[in-house]
Design a protein around this ligand. Structure first.
Ligand code: SAM
Length: 334
């Protein structure tokens, strides 16, 4: 394993960005540079990067592509999504061929929506079709086809179904197949237990967890969390020794859950997005980790080039200097 001794020295990275073929609601593409910086600041190059809530897997793909992690393990509860990834990494040309030949119509949308499929191939095709033709890429049952059932809108059902783009992204992802350790259709607990049972040394595994939002998740995903699930995840994370980083929507109950526990190391940070006028918009992402260092800069839209500029660290463990205070009466810290 490559040993990183000087956390201030940026790693050499391949610069090509790799985009997920899925337009995933809540996708964390913009977080990949931030996570790369977290790895660098904490002198980590994981042998295994684990995403138990894989969705569009954008962070895993980017870090793997940039050679910042050796291998990736993906877990995800939605069988459409896991089947999609399984076929991307095992038979991408079959999937591309089907995508090229399918008619992008509301009738086909209804067909894929109404049926549950038995084989990974059929589910993979249903996943990419529904993801690319449904409003905002939402697979959950409340979402309809882009352009509506009557297709009277300016935007039609096929406006996001650009075959060349989807094919290119599938092929890009497929090239990483040898470094995908597993893709499991599984509850997050199963993924954690599976990896914990493997023979990795300290700091050789990194868990990146991006659970369903606290708010709005049932509108976005076919599988989402109830209150207890958020608490169970919290309890599980408190006993994990390997490095982990969690991203959430900054809902007050989540802030409180992770801020007032008094158990073990924690680090809370908020990232911001750029508004069209260049100003920061309100908090977008809550970051929680058991690692000592997080980047001081918390703008989500920093380019990977910007992330590579030397940045100062936040305080180890305590956040005494840079740790931002969490207001008890609000969802944000400033
Ligand atoms: C916020 S999304 C992840 C998005 C992903 N990080 C990306 O960049 O595209 C959360 C995912 O968790 C999945 N999920 C919901 N409940 C789950 C569970 N109990 N175990 C594993 N995955 C679950 C949802 O299907 C959804 O794909």
């Amino acid at each position: 394993m490559r040993k990183i001794t000087n956390p201030k020295k940026p790693l050499s990275r391949r610069e090509a960005s790799i985009l997920s073929p899925l337009r995933y609601p809540g996708a964390k593409r913009r977080l990949a540079g931030y996570v790369a910086e977290v790895l660098r600041l904490n002198s980590l190059r994981p042998k295994l990067f684990v995403e138990p809530f894989a969705g569009g897997a954008s962070v895993s793909l980017q870090l793997l592509n940039d050679d910042l992690v050796e291998a990736v393990a993906l877990g995800e509860k939605d069988p459409l999504v896991t089947s999609f990834w399984k076929i991307v990494f095992s038979d991408p040309e079959w999937l591309i061929e089907r995508i090229e030949s399918i008619e992008v119509t509301v009738d086909n949308w209804k067909y894929f929506r109404a049926n549950s499929f038995r084989s990974n191939k059929d589910r993979a095709l249903a996943c990419i079709f529904l993801n690319r033709t449904s409003f905002s890429g939402i697979l959950a049952s409340g979402s309809g086809p882009i352009g509506g059932y009557s297709q009277k809108s300016q935007y039609k059902i096929d406006c996001r179904f650009t075959i060349s783009t989807i094919a290119k992204r599938i092929r890009q992802a497929a090239r990483l197949k040898d470094r995908i350790l597993f893709i499991d259709r599984a509850d997050w607990r199963h993924t954690l237990e599976k990896v914990e049972g493997m023979d990795y040394g300290p700091r050789e595994v990194f868990y990146y967890l991006d659970p369903p939002f606290y708010r709005k998740a049932r509108r976005l995903y076919r599988f989402y969390f109830e209150e207890d699930d958020h608490n169970n995840l919290y309890n599980a994370l408190m006993s994990i020794k390997q490095p982990w980083l969690l991203s959430y929507d900054p809902a007050k109950p989540i802030l409180e859950l992770y801020s007032h526990n008094g158990r073990g190391p924690k680090h809370v940070d908020l990232l911001y997005s750029a508004a069209a006028n260049g100003n920061r918009v309100k908090s977008q992402e809550l970051i929680i980790t058991n690692l000592p260092y997080l980047p001081k800069e918390t703008r989500l839209w920093r380019s990977s080039e910007e992330w590579r500029q030397p940045v100062s660290k936040t305080c180890p463990n305590g956040m005494a200097k840079k740790r931002t205070k969490i207001k008890r009466n609000g969802d944000r810290h400033g």
